[in-house]
Design a protein around this ligand. Sequence first.
Ligand code: SF4
Length: 276
Amino acid sequence: MDIVDLYLYDLKTKFNKINPKEYYLSYSGGKDSHFLLWFIKNYLKNKDIKIVGINTYLEYPEIRDRIYNYSDIVLLPTKKPFEIKEKYGIPCFSKEQDFYIYYYQNALRKGKEPGKTILEKINGTYKTGFNISKKARNYILSGQAHNITHLCCHYLKKDPARRFEKERGLKPILGVRASESKMRSRQYNTCFTKDKKFTPIHDLTDEILDEIYKRYEIEIPKVYSCEGIKRTGCMGCPYESWKHDTEKELKLLNNKQKDFICEYFKESYRVLGIEM
Ligand code: SF4
């Protein structure tokens, strides 16, 4: 047995811990959840686990097609992107920072004093954890900032999934891996989250994943082979901008898609220096 065989065998034993009828695969069309789809269908040959995707309206056409091709059920967001923009704002710096920025701006919009922790995070004086970045702070305190929010993911992805889970009494199998980011390595370090979401590939490395894709000739979306893009979230999401992936992503879009994405994210692109 080599490392790939061992990993797949170990993954099978992890799946023995769940009742397949109580879970569904949260399928994004990206590399990690597509590997899980392959594993469930081809390795385990399981027919009970439903495949559920979400059309966020911000997927690459190729990824959106995969979602419709491979999912048993496709959910839609509970609010559309421009409804979110109008009501709450748009993503900008990072999910964690935008959370505090949203509640800071929201308090000011309502003529209220922001809470103590929020104020400290914004002013950079919070002692026992992270503060927002200097760049974000200068922009927010300039008084010229556009409306920023972490709620884009909530309404496009989390809320429709949560409603589906409540309605069907199911829990998700998530293709999240600790190696993707520091936040994920803190969040996902066992096979189950506190609320029993199943995260069986939390420990899967890029090397083993690539080897499995190669050995079993699993289909990879073309967007991964273009200009070194490693992950496909939504088209042009500013959260990928620190890797300079946002500019690369914009180049892959046709004019109509680019116009839509740039109109949605334009204020954040200007602050982050992303060329449109
Ligand atoms: S990944 Fe970005 S664009 Fe997609 S839902 Fe989350 S914040 Fe919005």
